[in-house]
Ligand binder design. Sequence first.
Ligand SMILES: *[C@@H]1O[C@H](CO)[C@@H](O)[C@H](O)[C@H]1NC(C)=O
Ligand SMILES: *[C@@H]1O[C@H](CO)[C@@H](O)[C@H](O)[C@H]1NC(C)=O
Ligand SMILES: *[C@@H]1O[C@H](CO)[C@@H](O)[C@H](O)[C@H]1NC(C)=O
Ligand SMILES: *[C@@H]1O[C@H](CO)[C@@H](O)[C@H](O)[C@H]1NC(C)=O
Ligand SMILES: *[C@@H]1O[C@H](CO)[C@@H](O)[C@H](O)[C@H]1NC(C)=O
Ligand SMILES: *[C@@H]1O[C@H](CO)[C@@H](O)[C@H](O)[C@H]1NC(C)=O
Length: 637
Amino acid sequence: MDFSLHFFILFLFSSFHLRPSTSCHPTDKQALLHFKTKITSDPSQLLLSWNSATDCCSSWDGVGCDSSGRVTNLTRPGIVSGTDFIADTFMSGSLSPFLGNLSSLQFLDLSNLKHIKGRIPLEFGKLSRLTHLFLYSNQLVGPIPTSFRCLFRLEKLYLGNNLLSGIIPPSIFTHFKCLTELGLSGNKLSGSIPNTIGKLIQVKNLDLHANNFSGSIPKSIGNLKSLRYLDLSENEITGSIPNSIGELSELVLLYLNQNKIIGSIPSSIAGLSSLIFCRLSENQLSGRLPASIGKLEKIQRLILENNKLTGKLPSSIGRLTTLTDLFFSNNLFTGKIPKTFGSLENLQTLDLSRNLLSGAIPHQLSKLQRLQSLDFSFNPLGLRSIPNWFAKMKLFKLLLAKTGIEGQLPKWLSSSSISVLDFSSNRLTGPLPHWIGNMTNLSFLNLSNNGFHSSIPAEFKNLLLLMDLDLHSNHFTGCLDNIFSKGVVDPLGHYNSIDVSGNHFSGCVDQDIGNRAAMSSIKSLVLSNNKLEGHIPKSLSELSELQVLELAENRLSGEIPAEMGDAAELTTILLSKNRLCGAIPIQVLNLQKLWKFDVSENRLCGEIPPHKAHFPVSAFKHNRGLCGTPLPPCNHS
Ligand SMILES: *[C@@H]1O[C@H](CO)[C@@H](O)[C@H](O)[C@H]1NC(C)=O
Ligand SMILES: *[C@@H]1O[C@H](CO)[C@@H](O)[C@H](O)[C@H]1NC(C)=O
Ligand SMILES: *[C@@H]1O[C@H](CO)[C@@H](O)[C@H](O)[C@H]1NC(C)=O
Ligand SMILES: *[C@@H]1O[C@H](CO)[C@@H](O)[C@H](O)[C@H]1NC(C)=O
Ligand SMILES: *[C@@H]1O[C@H](CO)[C@@H](O)[C@H](O)[C@H]1NC(C)=O
Ligand SMILES: *[C@@H]1O[C@H](CO)[C@@H](O)[C@H](O)[C@H]1NC(C)=O
């Protein structure tokens, strides 16, 4: 009795286990098993539980079914995240056409597996119940199958970051009445964007960036009334921006940068009342900015740089009080900087560099208390002096290269917290003041192309954060030690580049230069065209990241140290017009990455060592004792 009851319970339990209510349909099971056979590597064993002996609906990870045992979900992406972990993995192999037999499939996510190769099977067009298809971040090739037009229930389609090519078949969009998100970025798709895109009336996100699309933006884009995110950047798009763009009142983000778009910005953009991020840079836009731009009432970032925009900056821009960043560099804007810019109370970045702006800087800008970065460089502003009200601002970056500044450095700088300062290519004169040492937040200083004349004050050593120093083409004198031996605050303040060429610096180059803390990770050291004497320091060998070394046109003597051959990153060594003697060390001439080398006009002698790189005759000329390739052979008599 006891025994049989026990048996009965066991039987009940096991039969329940063998025949669950949602046992997997054989066609679907076969399709999934075939998919598994096409996966050649699965290092994280995402498909480990997929076993022909078990039920695909109840026992297989990433598979979900409906009540009749048909597979509705297949979800095995390469990035899996749980409540407290994120795992990243890959799978190699290709997509089985058998997946097309999953006739109830709604959700297919095989994204981010990195190494899924081959084409998207035409059979995927049979998945007429599919609502979500995610195959992004793989290595899929070939076209988007025309059979996709049958996927009329699709809501989200992401095929980005693959190697897909060919055109988008125009018929494809006609039936996608439910599509809300389309991501095809980072492929090699070409041809024009079909006008049928205007049929995607539900679409919210449209990301086609970084492909090879050409042709113009279809007018029908204006039909996409739900569009919030439109990214067509980094393509070959031509033509002008259609007026219909202004109908996209829900649009939050508009990226058309890095294309070949011509014509002017239509005044209809006033209709983009939800726009926050606008990037139209790197195109060939011309004409004036429409005054209606002042109606973009939510705009925060407006990036129009590297175009051919002309005319005056509309004063209506001053109404865009939500603006945080404005990049208008490298256009052809003329006239004055509008006073109304003083109302842009949230502005953090104002870049008007490389235009044709003239006239004084309106003092209203002093009200911009959130401004961190101001760049008016390369405009014919004819400033003469830097307005004193700049002292009231809390700038992090101040760039006024080639704006006509004259006179001495203004003293208010000493108490500023500026980190990036560029006053290059002006007519500044006088000394580099002692108080420069008070500008302790400086990380980048460019005073090149001016008329400074003084030595480098001892206080310079207090610039503990300085990483890039450009003082070239001035009249600086004295020795360079205060530059090389400045302090650092580890890990900050180690030089990236120094250019002091074209001055009157004299004295010997610090023999210990390679061991100075500030120099340890320098990449470019340019000391040419001064009056430096003595030997080239052997310690240069310690500068393991040095790529560019220019010491030409000085009075350096002695031999080229063979130790320099240890600075393995050197690509450029220019030593011409000095008084160097002895032979060229074989280690130096054979530095792996060296492609630019010049020792002309010295007193070198001996045979040029054999070397792999090609250096022209001119690199060695005017050294009376040098011979051998590429110069005439040595006369071994
Ligand atoms: C299918 O996946 C979606 C989205 O992850 C989820 O909401 C749904 O519950 C899943 N259905 C089944 C049957 O697993
Ligand atoms: C599933 O699809 C494949 C290839 O598309 C086909 O050859 C096969 O007959 C189908 N299998 C079943 C069981 O329907
Ligand atoms: C981009 O498309 C053009 C035709 O519009 C074609 O000539 C060119 O080879 C394509 N470039 C790439 C990288 O596919
Ligand atoms: C340097 O910047 C910090 C903030 O990054 C600031 O607190 C400090 O006052 C600045 N120093 C000077 C000398 O302005
Ligand atoms: C300093 O400014 C000049 C132009 O005025 C520019 O050519 C140079 O590259 C700048 N230096 C650095 C380090 O950026
Ligand atoms: C520079 O800093 C020193 C020390 O903090 C101070 O005594 C001096 O007044 C400052 N100089 C200027 C011009 O701000």
